[in-house]
Design a protein around this ligand. Structure first.
Ligand SMILES: Cc1cc2nc3c(=O)[nH]c(=O)nc-3n(C[C@H](O)[C@H](O)[C@H](O)COP(=O)(O)O)c2cc1C
Ligand code: SF4
Length: 429
């Protein structure tokens, strides 16, 4: 059994006071960073090889380096805490159990990019997380870690916790910025990128919660320590979330490059008496994998080479009792609901995908419907204004690729072969 865990962000999650300043510690990394030149902090994060943990994997230090210096404009840091992707459940438990790692990371990042205002844009439905963030920020202000003259260094930083209204699209960084400015959350045309014209048209860094929370450990332990974990181009550790048909679902913090087989070893395997059928490596927007992919190293490159994406390391596990058509229909209903409507391929395409999939799942489709959903997905992928559309196409293409027979079976038997009234399990027919 593999025991390849690297608990850093999750190290104190089982402590009763992990979310308080007393349980977290005295912000030594931030104190150290504020004694350094801001550019040296950026260089350390560049050297560590940290890549964004919000899905796309863009190098974090490089993103910070794009912020123009000496431009006379205010700079902003915006933390993306909107976490709404189906299957993704790492930032919310992180902010619940260890919010001070995020606040400390915000101080270091803001100092490095010369920002005096930072925001946490948090998903509005998670009231318990919002309250916990407010409490952590309040504690930090009371200690003098935020506000005027942080640690007596002469550096000022204000941090605002802003609750969104619960739209998945507001996790897309430019839609998030519009929403934060008080507008309807819809993606902006890029360029200009946020580093040039972001919040209030000023240079802005938008980073994921986990990306920013990883920064204090890099400042404390050094870039080499972080780069010593992971794989050649995907350095460090990350939180892998296992959900679904697993004996012990949960968050496993491990080096990038770990495999599903190793993670399942630690999670007690697939639930007793069942076997793996399909899974997502990084949330519902990433093409599905099957049992043949259990040994693919889970890093940005290897997962990409096998036709999917590492995304947010949201491993949703489905055993042989699950109907893949029904699962894809559920995800597609989500995308159709969350499409912001700005561009035609996604707005119309997700609507029509939902209609045809409903028919297929009910066993009333035809083989032509399979070509239709593939064709619609082809017209969404790469033609949409933002990555939500591409994400909606992922489950369609990958499920038809691996489970075409299961789609066909639905109209052969005139219904869902998994429906308890007709058959208990796929293969019983
Ligand atoms: C529809 C959609 C939803 C997204 N939701 C999130 C989210 O909830 N959290 C997040 O960090 N990034 C999300 N992203 C990615 C962000 O646009 C952006 O890439 C990320 O916040 C950058 O941070 P990072 O470089 O630290 O990964 C989403 C993207 C899309 C297209
Ligand atoms: S792809 Fe979808 S979510 Fe993105 S801009 Fe177009 S309609 Fe909106």
């Amino acid at each position: 059994m593999s025991t390849t865990l690297t608990p850093v962000l999750t190290a104190n999650w089982d402590q009763p006071n992990s979310f308080t300043l007393e349980g977290y510690g005295p912000y030594d990394a931030a104190k150290k960073a504020l004694g350094m030149d801001p550019d040296a902090v950026i260089q350390a994060v560049k050297d560590s090889g940290l890549r964004g943990r919000g899905g796309a994997g863009f190098p974090t230090g490089m993103k910070w380096g794009f912020i123009p210096q000496g431009d006379g404009k205010p700079h902003y840091l915006v933390v993306n805490a909107d976490e709404s992707e189906p299957g993704t459940c790492k930032d919310i438990p992180l902010m619940m159990a260890n919010p001070h790692s995020l606040v400390e990371g915000i101080i270091i990042t803001s100092y490095a990019i010369r920002a005096n205002h930072a925001f946490i844009y948090v998903r509005g439905e998670v009231l318990h997380v919002i309250r916990r963030l407010h409490a952590a920020v309040r504690e930090a202000y009371e200690k003098g870690y935020l506000g005027k003259d942080v640690f007596g260094s002469g550096y000022d930083l204000d941090l605002v916790v802003h609750a969104g209204a619960g739209a998945y699209i507001c996790g897309e960084e430019t839609a998030l910025l519009d929403s934060l400015e008080g507008r309807r959350g819809q993606p902006r045309l890029k360029p200009p990128f946020p580093a040039v014209a972001g919040l209030y048209a000023s240079p802005t860094v938008v980073n994921n919660v986990e990306s920013i929370a990883s920064v204090p450990s890099i400042v404390t332990n050094g870039a080499d320590w972080f780069a010593g974990m992971g794989t050649e181009k995907s350095k460090g550790f990350g939180i892998f979330s296992l959900s679904g048909h697993v004996t012990r679902p949960g968050q496993f913090e491990a080096p990038l490059g770990i495999t599903l087989r190793e993670l399942l070893d630690m999670a007690g395997g697939i639930r007793a008496g069942h076997e793996l059928k399909f899974w997502t490596p990084g949330g519902s927007s990433t093409p599905i994998f099957t049992a043949e992919h259990m040994d693919v190293p889970l890093d940005f490159e290897q997962v990409g080479l096998k036709g999917s994406m590492l995304g947010t390391r949201a491993l949703q596990i489905f055993d042989e009792t699950t109907c893949v058509v029904r699962t894809v229909l559920r995800w597609t209903e989500f995308y159709a609901h969350e499409s912001c409507g700005k561009c035609t391929p996604c707005r119309e395409g997700t609507y029509w995908l939902k209609q045809v999939l409903k028919r297929l799942e009910a066993g009333q489709g035809t083989e032509e419907d399979l070509s239709t959903i593939t064709d619609i997905a082809d017209n969404i992928l790469g033609r949409s204004f933002c990555a939500l559309g591409d994400g909606a196409a992922s489950p369609i293409h990958s499920s038809v690729k691996y489970f075409r027979d299961e789609y066909l079976k639905h109209f052969e038997v005139g219904g869902c072969p998994f429906d308890a009234k007709k058959s208990t399990v796929w293969g019983d027919q």
